[in-house]
Design a protein. Structure first.
Lengths: 309, 392
């Protein structure tokens, strides 16, 4: 198990992390979501020993990560970085050696990974001569080349074209199947939804939701009701008790029902406006779950009061 | 598959990368070639200047005897090596001058001496006429019954015994200081550029995920240091070898001593300036900003160089003596003083100890600044912030 446990970090008065914790099982992929500046990068940097946590620790197989354990982690920083003038093959071999491989094994691994990621013909080229997409592949190869036990990737998909995304996704799934726990952060929530076994949403330095996408959905599900009433006037549902209007557009209405509200009363109210062409519970997408989770609670309450008034 | 890495192994890996990258770097190759050309140029220049007082071959008809000895003695007095070549007849001697086998020939016997030369040569003329005159004078004195050794002789007493040797060592030291200064600037600059390159390309974050900042810094400085020492050693070997081969210097032992001291001071100077430059460079994230942060350390280096050149002409002056103890200046001033003589071993010892203390301080404080500033890849980091953020 890869465990992030109660991480706290502040820079001066700025409390970046306030008790971030989650667990990633071997062979599972964990999607780490959160708005910009939520603290994802700081969390990953703490795991890699690049920042010190004020409190809390990161454990792998029950033991706090130390330098030796970190050498067995493949890492891709948010700020991509390679030696621009160093050749692809040499660069990969160098990183493999820094992770503890001997010279021969490092050379083999560099050749293997440059081949697997479609860089075979660019091995002898300096990195700065490569296209951005190919540089990104080298970056991934640098994270994978030492056969890491754990992968921690900060925004690995950003800047990739759809083909690159698929190739990277395939490479990560393969690592997962081999039993490697993978943690990656991303703003592309559809990708997270597609790839990840579990998801963590970070907001204001705290984990506001963790679990499988299914679990998150179940927790939220049953609450958003889509009703299409073409003949209804605007604001037709605003006065219903226990109902919040999420959106309303030409009769296509999304409603959030408080616990215990009878959906049949909503249907009755809808029928009173005229024709009802659609009435059903809607599966929330991760994007909606995310919006819901990261919304500022204070503002959310205010919004509800506004709607209720 | 992966084995634990010791600090030593990590430092070696970093150093090996620095060396293999630099050795293929165009700036490095160009600077190496330039240095070697410069040293060879100095040697060739010396040889050309010295060749002005080359040997002259003078033909003499018949048994040279007294004339031959007198020619060589006169030549020595006028700083001209004279080789006496014997011919049997005047015609043979003239022919040899025609074919440039000899520079001049003395024909016509003792009664009617004549110097035959292709082009007029006043030095040769003076030597020959002096020699002929001396022989004639000796003969006349002998006939008159006077022994030439009864005439008063001038005795020479040198007050500044080994001034020529000192001058020569000082010249070697000054040439050495120019090389040392250039290499210090060059390699400290390489270290600084390397640090900024890692920051600006952000590769430093990937590196620091596998090692500690001091290991990265140590590997970088050691790797480039080995390369720098190698380069200065090659230059020194070419310089000494060439100087001996072309006979530019007379005192090989002294020369080697001075050069070894220069190598020693290079190591100390490099350790200090490379660390200073690396620490300064870690504060910025773009090559363009490098100049401004390197200025203070560079000024110390330039000041040391200027003082050292000045010290060559006045090695016992107060300025030279005082600055030869100041860490940062001492690597350039002390070798000049040592070459000029008059430096007690304890004085060198004090300068070395002060230098070592300075290096230890820079590495300790600088290492902290370096580790605090490395991951701040936006803009310029303030020294105090870096100190606070750094690992103790």
């Amino acid at each position: 198990m890869l465990e992030f446990d109660g991480l706290h970090k502040s820079y001066g008065d700025n409390h970046v992390l306030e008790g971030v914790g989650f667990t990633v099982a071997p062979g599972s992929m964990f999607g780490f979501c959160g708005s910009n500046g939520a603290g994802k990068t700081t969390t990953m940097r703490i795991a890699m020993g690049l920042a010190r946590a004020d409190a809390g620790e990161v454990r792998w197989r029950g033991r706090p990560l130390d330098e030796e354990a970190r050498r067995r982690i493949g890492y891709m920083p948010e700020e991509r970085g390679l030696y621009p003038k160093m050749r692809v093959g040499e660069q990969l071999a160098y990183f493999a050696r820094l992770h503890g491989m001997d010279a021969a094994a490092a050379a083999r691994a560099a050749e293997e990974w440059s081949g697997r990621l479609g860089l075979a013909e660019r091995r002898g080229d300096p990195v700065e001569k490569l296209s951005l997409g190919n540089q990104q592949r080298v970056q991934l190869a640098a994270a994978l080349v030492s056969r890491p036990e754990v992968l921690i990737l900060d925004e690995p998909f950003s800047g990739l074209d759809p083909v690159g995304v698929d190739a990277l996704a395939e490479a990560l799934l393969e690592q997962c199947r081999a039993g490697v726990p993978v943690v990656f952060s991303s703003h592309q929530l559809d990708l997270v939804e597609r790839l990840c076994d579990s998801v963590g949403i970070l907001a204001r330095g705290r984990m506001v939701a963790t679990g499988t996408v299914e679990e998150l959905r179940r927790r939220e599900s049953g609450r958003v009701l889509r009703v299409v009433v073409p003949d209804a006037g605007p604001g037709w549902a605003a006065a219903l008790p226990g109902v919040r209007v999420v959106s309303e557009q030409a009769g296509d209405t999304l409603l959030e029902l408080a616990g215990g509200t009878d959906d049949q009363q909503v249907l009755a109210a809808a029928l009173r406006t005229g024709r009802v062409t659609h009435f059903g519970w809607r599966e929330a997408t991760l994007v909606e779950l995310f919006r819901e989770a990261v919304a500022d609670p204070a503002r959310q309450v205010a919004a509800r009061e506004e709607v209720a008034a | 598959m992966s084995a634990p890495l010791s600090s030593g192994q990590l430092v070696r890996l970093v150093a090996a990368r620095e060396i293999s990258t630099r050795i293929r770097d165009r700036t490095f190759i160009a600077s190496s070639v330039l240095m070697i050309v410069l040293i060879l140029g100095v040697l060739v220049f010396q040889v050309v200047v010295n060749s002005g007082e080359d040997t002259s071959r003078v033909g003499v008809v018949g048994d040279p005897g007294q004339v031959g000895a007198a020619l060589e003695a006169q030549g020595e007095a006028l700083d001209l090596d004279v080789v006496v070549v014997r011919f049997d007849t005047d015609d043979e001697a003239r022919a040899a001058v025609e074919t440039e086998d000899v520079d001049g020939a003395l024909v016509g016997g003792a009664a009617d001496p004549e110097l035959v030369v292709r082009d007029p040569d006043t030095t040769l003329e003076a030597v020959v006429s002096g020699a002929v005159g001396a022989v004639a004078l000796g003969d006349a004195l002998a006939q008159a019954g006077i022994d030439p050794s009864d005439l008063p002789q001038v005795t020479v007493t040198a007050l500044d015994g080994d001034s020529e040797a000192d001058t020569q060592r000082t010249v070697v030291a000054v040439v050495g200081i120019v090389v040392l200064y250039s290499l210090l600037i060059l390699f400290a600059q390489f270290v600084a550029q390397g640090v900024v390159e890692e920051k600006s390309s952000r590769v430093v974050e990937l590196l620091l995920a596998t090692m500690r900042p001091w290991q990265l810094l140590a590997g970088k400085i050691l790797g480039l240091g080995v390369l720098g020492l190698g380069q200065i050693a090659v230059i020194a070997a070419i310089g000494i070898g060439g100087a001996l081969a072309f006979d530019v210097v007379d005192l090989p032992g002294e020369l080697v001593g001075t050069v070894l001291w220069l190598l020693f001071w290079f190591v100390l100077g490099y350790a200090l300036f490379a660390s200073l430059f690396a620490v300064a460079a870690s504060l910025v994230s773009r090559q363009e900003d490098l100049g401004s942060v390197l200025t203070p350390a560079s000024l110390v280096l330039v000041a040391g160089f200027i003082v050292a050149i000045q010290a060559a002409s006045d090695p016992t002056g107060t300025l030279a003596v005082v600055t030869s103890y100041v860490p940062g200046l001492s690597p350039m001033v002390m070798p000049v003083r040592q070459a000029a003589g008059d430096v007690a071993l304890w004085e060198v010892g004090v300068a070395v100890v002060l230098m070592l203390v300075a290096i230890a301080l820079v590495i300790r404080l600088g290492g902290r600044v370096y580790s605090g500033a490395l991951l701040r890849t936006s803009g310029k980091t303030k020294l105090r912030e870096a100190l606070r953020a750094g690992e103790v």
